[in-house]
Design a protein around this ligand. Structure first.
Ligand code: PLP
Length: 342
């Protein structure tokens, strides 16, 4: 039975062409600024995001943490949606690394409204100083939700009005761009810093970037060193990321079509609740007739890997990616149908 891995879009393996590009990459010591492949990647990212400069970093977590370090001082607070990656999955880095306090705001599938940002900002002298607003597009725990550009603009404007810096966690910003037809730069150019991941839907094995003004990126370079993220001949991995930007951007539309097809198939199964119209990118959250943990175990017995979505006690998340084909989706539906019938 072929294993079908729907846990995350991070599980992809580099394609033969990507491995070739990596093997043949021109490299140098990047701490001396001598890795031309890294430099090309950084220039390409800055251009795609409509920002002045970019910095290659090992992970999206490090890109986000550098943003916290750039914009905040110890004792400040960062406003973000309660389910955001920086609050949920970064091992307390916001507080542990920078002495910054999380100010979680309730969202609607990860999206905020301007009024709640305005109301949450604290600038008095007895509270922590609100310093940064961090937004996430697409929103991971929001099920791959895309920020509509006008709503994003309004929330950013509310943050700016209140004197906040703006960071965008764009781990899946290119999914948002391909799904909506809005260029990634339309969101990113409204921010002070934007982070993107190459190791998610784009299918590179390692790497993320943070982009912003030249001054911010100069400082980001110092913070990357401090966090142990400065690398040497990192052109080897940057070449995978560059290859992904060249060859795997447009194909994200296939992942989105596969996710929609999966949701539509699941919606027809007895006892499964899912609204395919809510599937905007590469994530499906479906309610099954048994607790998520049990359903995940049952799927695993069928050779299908998935995880709980966190959206509810029976909600299971399935993510499509480079290594999941339309046939894999159909095969998964056949197996799930059989198991629910049996
Ligand atoms: C994956 C992810 C990151 C970064 O993850 P790393 O595993 O550290 O690269 C950041 N934000 C979001 C929304 C993510 O999904």
């Amino acid at each position: 039975m072929k294993p079908l891995d729907f846990r995350s879009d991070t599980v992809t393996k580099p394609t033969p062409a990507m491995r070739r590009a990596m093997a043949e990459a021109e490299v140098g010591d990047d701490i001396y600024g001598e890795d031309s492949t890294v430099r090309r990647l950084e220039e390409r990212v800055a251009e795609l995001l409509g920002l002045e400069a970019a910095l290659f970093v090992p992970s999206g977590t490090q890109a986000n943490q550098i943003a916290i370090g750039l914009h905040c001082r110890s004792g400040d607070e960062v406003l973000a949606e309660a389910g955001s990656h920086i609050f949920h999955y970064e091992s307390g880095g916001v507080s542990g690394l920078w002495g910054v306090q999380p100010a979680p705001l309730p969202g609607e599938r990860g999206l905020l409204v301007p009024e709640q940002v305005t109301a949450a900002v604290r600038k008095d002298f007895i509270s922590p100083c609100s310093r940064l607003l961090s937004l996430e597009n697409t929103h991971n725990r929001g099920g791959g939700k895309v920020w509509p550009l006008e709503r994003f603009r309004a929330v950013v404007a509310a943050g700016r009005e209140a004197g906040l810096a703006i960071h965008l966690d764009g781990a899946r910003l290119f999914n948002a761009a391909v799904a909506s037809g809005v260029p990634a730069s339309s969101w990113a150019s409204l921010t002070d810093t934007t982070a993107v991941c190459f190791s998610k839907g784009l299918g590179a094995p390692v790497g993320s970037a943070i982009a912003g003004s030249a001054a911010h990126i100069r400082e980001a370079r110092r913070l990357r060193k401090r966090l142990g993220g400065a690398m040497r001949q990192s052109g080897i991995i940057a070449a995978g990321a560059l290859h992904a930007l060249e060859h795997h951007l447009e194909r994200l539309a296939e992942d989105h079509a596969h996710a929609r097809r999966l949701a539509e198939g699941l919606a027809e199964l007895p006892g499964v609740t899912v609204d395919p119209s809510q599937v905007e990118t590469n994530m499906v959250a479906a309610d099954f007739p048994l607790p998520a943990g049990e359903m995940v175990a049952r799927l695993e017995a069928l050779g299908i890997l998935a995880g709980p979505s966190g959206a509810g006690p029976r909600s299971v998340r399935l993510v499509t990616h480079l290594d999941v084909s339309a046939e894999d989706v159909d095969e998964a539906l056949v197996r799930i149908r059989r198991s629910l019938a049996g």
